[in-house]
Design a binder for this molecule. Structure first.
Ligand SMILES: C[S@@+](CC[C@H](N)C(=O)[O-])C[C@H]1O[C@@H](n2cnc3c(N)ncnc32)[C@H](O)[C@@H]1O
Length: 327
C-alpha cells in the first residue's frame, strides 16, 4: 500500500484503524509495512486495495462477491437517480439523517454499498463490513466519503470493540448466514448500551412458499459465473410473463409469484433496461446463496427478550420482518 495515497480503509493521516483489534488476542493493531500487525502475538492482517481483510477467503459468500462486483452500481441511489435505498433505510429504521449525523454506525453485510452510501450521506461515521469481495465494489463507489471505514470481515469474528456503536444496521444479510440466531445475537454485542439497532430478515413461513425454494437446492451448487450466465439469459425472458400476470386483476399477483423471476414493478424503475438489471441481480440473489433461513416473528420476539432489548418493534415489510429497538 502506498502511504501517500488516501484510501477508503486506511488513511495514515486519519488512523481510524487504531480501533481495530487482533482477532486472536484482542490487542490494538498497528500499521506496519503496509499490513496491520499485532505487536502482542505477531499476527498480521493484509490490506487489499486499502481495505483491511480479516477473512482468509469469502467461503460460502463467494456468490455474493460475484454478484456485487457484477452489479456494483445497479442499486445505488446515486446511479438510479431515485431515493430507493434511502427510503428503505429511513422508513425501516425510523431514524433521520439529522439524528445520525456525527454518530457511530456499524453496517453489517454491506454488499455493493447501496445502504452504505445513504448512511455516509447523513454525515454519520460509518464502519461497514462484508465477508465477501463485495467490499471492493463498495469501495469503488463510496470512496468519496471520508467518513467511511470499510473492512472485509465476518460478523462472527470482528476486529471491533464490543458495545462501541451508537447505531447498528443490517439489511438483507442474516437469513444468508449459517446460524441466524447467532448472527443476530453477535451483532447486538456491538451496540452500545442505549444504542439503537435495525435488522431485517426474510419472513417465515411465507418466504418458503416462493418457487425459488424448489430451484435453490440445485442452483446454489452451480458455480457463480455459470449460474449468472443462465440467469442473465432466462430472467429477461420471464420478466414480461411476470408483468403480464401481474396486470390481471385480483389473481394476477398470485400467478406472478409462480414465475421464478424478480419483478420490481412496485419501484417504478425508469426504463426496461434498468428493470432488467434489477431483475437479473435479484433473481441471481435468490438462487445463488448457500444459506437462506427465513425467521418467524415469534423467534425474533424470543431473541429480543433473551437479550433484554427495549422499545422493540417488529414490522412486516413486503416479504421481510424488520426488527428495531434499543439495547
Ligand atoms: C443479500 S446481500 C445484501 C447486501 C446489502 N446489505 C444490500 O442489501 O444490498 C448479503 C450480504 O451479506 C454478506 N454476508 C453473508 N454472511 C456474512 C457474514 N458472516 N459476515 C459479514 N457479511 C456477510 C454477503 O457477502 C452479502 O454481501
Amino acid at each position: 500500500m502506498s502511504l501517500s495515497k488516501p484510501t477508503v480503509g486506511i488513511d495514515p493521516g486519519n488512523p481510524w484503524y487504531s480501533m481495530l483489534l487482533c482477532l486472536r488476542c484482542r490487542t490494538v493493531l498497528s500499521l506496519l509495512n503496509g499490513e496491520l500487525a499485532c505487536q502482542a502475538c505477531a499476527r498480521t492482517y493484509p490490506i487489499d486495495d486499502g481495505i483491511p481483510r480479516f477473512v482468509p477467503e469469502e467461503g460460502y459468500a463467494e456468490g455474493f462477491g460475484y454478484q456485487w462486483n457484477r452489479h456494483r452500481l445497479t442499486q445505488l441511489d446515486s446511479y438510479s437517480g431515485m431515493p430507493i435505498s434511502r427510503d428503505r433505510v429511513m422508513n425501516a429504521s425510523g431514524w433521520s439523517a439529522d439524528e445520525l449525523r456525527g454518530k457511530t454506525v456499524l453496517e453489517c453485510g454491506s454488499g455493493a454499498g447501496r445502504f452504505t452510501e445513504v448512511l455516509c450521506e447523513t454525515g454519520a461515521i460509518v464502519t461497514s463490513f462484508d465477508i465477501s469481495s463485495a467490499v471492493h465494489a463498495n469501495a469503488a463507489s463510496n470512496s468519496r466519503f471520508s467518513n467511511l471505514r470499510l473492512l472485509q470481515a465476518s460478523v462472527y469474528d470482528l476486529p471491533l470493540p464490543e458495545e462501541s456503536f451508537e447505531y447498528v444496521i443490517c439489511f438483507g444479510v442474516i437469513q444468508h448466514t449459517p446460524d441466524v440466531e447467532r448472527t443476530f445475537k453477535t451483532l447486538l454485542r456491538y451496540v452500545r448500551p442505549g444504542g439503537r439497532f435495525c435488522i431485517d430478515v426474510y419472513a417465515a413461513p411465507i418466504a418458503y412458499l416462493h418457487p425459488r425454494h424448489l430451484l435453490r437446492p440445485v442452483t446454489r451448487r452451480i458455480p457463480p459465473a455459470q449460474l449468472y450466465g443462465i440467469v442473465q439469459k432466462v430472467a429477461p425472458k420471464l420478466l414480461p410473463l411476470s408483468m403480464m400476470f401481474n396486470a390481471i386483476p385480483r389473481v394476477g399477483p398470485y400467478l406472478a409469484r409462480l414465475v421464478p423471476v424478480a419483478n420490481h414493478r412496485h419501484l417504478n424503475l425508469p426504463n426496461k433496461k434498468v428493470m432488467r438489471d434489477w431483475s437479473v441481480l435479484d433473481t441471481f440473489d435468490w438462487l445463488a446463496p448457500r444459506y437462506e433461513r427465513p425467521q418467524t416473528r415469534r423467534r425474533l420476539q424470543r431473541w429480543a427478550k433473551e437479550l433484554e432489548l427495549s422499545k422493540v418493534s417488529i414490522k412486516r415489510y413486503r416479504g421481510l420482518y424488520v426488527i428495531c429497538g434499543i439495547k
